[in-house]
Design a protein around this ligand. Structure first.
Ligand SMILES: [Zn+2]
Length: 416
């Protein structure tokens, strides 16, 4: 995997709490003798992406691991950290990740694997991560969900996303067809209860027998019903939205495509301002013009990685659930060529969207911060705003993440 290193000397805060900390002018601004345990701090930046405005310059005030203020212009007192050449944004929120650093969440809910994945993505600025599971046998799913629920309760993960087993065989992507099922109330109930309230999202193909009832059942558990891996028509997708679905899982990928007489699920999702539309902006899953099309649609765009184990790790052969995946040239594919997740980080997705698809920086950042936080109902994440957890990233001129603060503590960065 990519080594977790602190940045070149003198550039950014480093992970060791007793080490000198420096700003992006290269001068040390703090040499604390005591650990930096969520110390109060004022951080200034050349640009600050706030929820409803972009401040140039701006500042963020932090106390006890929470943001207590964020504003434009001169900071209210001397900053503890100053990044005049950089952009400050909220930490990235990834609501669809299967793995990274060589590990996968489907690995029996292993705490070691989950910590490896969280650390890998955090090293690229993702401070809030939801664990996505690909389709597995129901008994295994139940055990894995129960194990991961403990890690959500401990705060390592923000929730669990079930991608399967209630998906369309015709749009299965990299899910094992033999394990796909039609949604029945009893098995949904069983898996949701295994999660003890930590399953925040379920991807479902609403056209399956019992699909609309399943949408209502999932929403009844307080989770997001996301339409995906689906062959649904436009009309049926609208019925699923009326039944309570509020998201589209990696829109365009693994769903019936748009036809001028049968617009299918993508258009029904994208034209609805209440819907959050996931997209994988990695240069493999979507043409850059489609990235722009989704961003400019009435729906609320949400960048996701859909990353599998090879994200932040070496290319080669991997498992995704029960299927063999080979990773080369930055692409993860089954033997038949089907795309099988990505090796993306949200940081790379934002850079791709801005540099290749021409998306404005603040729009791209919001699609990786506040929109995903809103999508799964995390009121204190995804925004540089008073009351939010102090999750903050420092972005260099090329939008590379050069420093990351999680709950008020500096954490290690990888080269981005
Ligand atoms: Zn998928």
């Amino acid at each position: 995997m990519t080594p977790l290193t602190s940045r070149p000397a003198g550039l950014v805060p480093v992970e060791r709490s007793d080490a000198p900390v420096a700003d992006d002018r290269g001068s040390a601004v703090s040499s604390p003798a005591a650990p930096l345990l969520a110390a109060p701090m004022l951080i200034s930046g050349g640009t600050v992406i706030a929820p409803d405005a972009v401040h140039s310059p701006g500042w963020v005030d932090i106390r006890a691991g929470r943001i207590v203020g964020c504003g434009a212009g001169k900071p209210p007192r001397d900053p503890d950290f100053s990044f005049p050449e950089s952009t400050l944004a909220a930490g990235y929120v990834d609501v669809h990740t299967h793995g990274g650093g060589g590990s996968s969440f489907n690995d029996q809910g292993s705490a070691v694997a989950a910590a490896q994945i969280a650390e890998t993505h955090r090293a690229h600025g993702t401070t809030t991560l939801m664990a996505s599971l690909v389709t597995a046998p129901l008994d295994e799913f139940e055990r894995t969900v129960a194990a991961l629920a403990g890690l959500v309760e401990q705060g390592l993960l923000a929730g669990i996303h079930l991608e399967g087993p209630w998906l369309s065989p015709a749009q299965r992507g990299a899910h094992d067809e033999a394990l796909l099922r039609t949604p029945d109330a009893e098995s949904i109930d069983r898996i949701m209860r295994a999660g003890r309230g930590t399953v925040r999202m379920v991807t479902i193909a609403p056209e399956l027998e019992g699909g609309l009832a399943a949408v209502r059942q999932i929403v009844g558990f307080g989770a997001v019903a996301a339409i995906g891996h689906t062959d649904a028509t436009y009309d049926l997708t609208r019925q699923a939205i009326a039944a309570g679905a509020t998201a589209g899982t990696h829109v365009f990928n693994a769903m019936r495509q748009i036809h001028h007489r049968e617009p299918g699920p993508a258009l029904a999702l994208l034209e609805d301002p209440t819907v959050f539309a996931e997209l994988i902006a990695d240069g493999v899953h979507l043409h850059p013009a489609i990235v722009r099309f989704i961003i400019e649609s009435p729906s609320r765009p949400v960048f996701v990685t859909d990353a599998m184990a090879a994200a932040g790790a070496d290319e080669g052969d991997y498992q995704l659930g029960a299927l063999d995946v080979s990773v080369s040239d930055g692409q993860a594919r089954l033997a038949d060529g089907t795309i099988a997740g990505s090796v993306l980080t949200l940081s790379a997705a934002v850079r791709y969207a801005v540099h290749t698809a021409g998306v404005p920086v603040e729009i791209a950042v919001r699609a990786a911060t506040q929109n995903p936080a809103d999508m799964i109902g995390l009121p204190d994440r995804g925004r540089l705003a008073a009351g939010n957890r102090a999750d903050l990233i420092v972005l260099g001129a090329g939008l590379q993440v050069t420093a990351t603060l999680q709950a008020g503590l500096w954490v290690p960065c990888a080269s981005d």
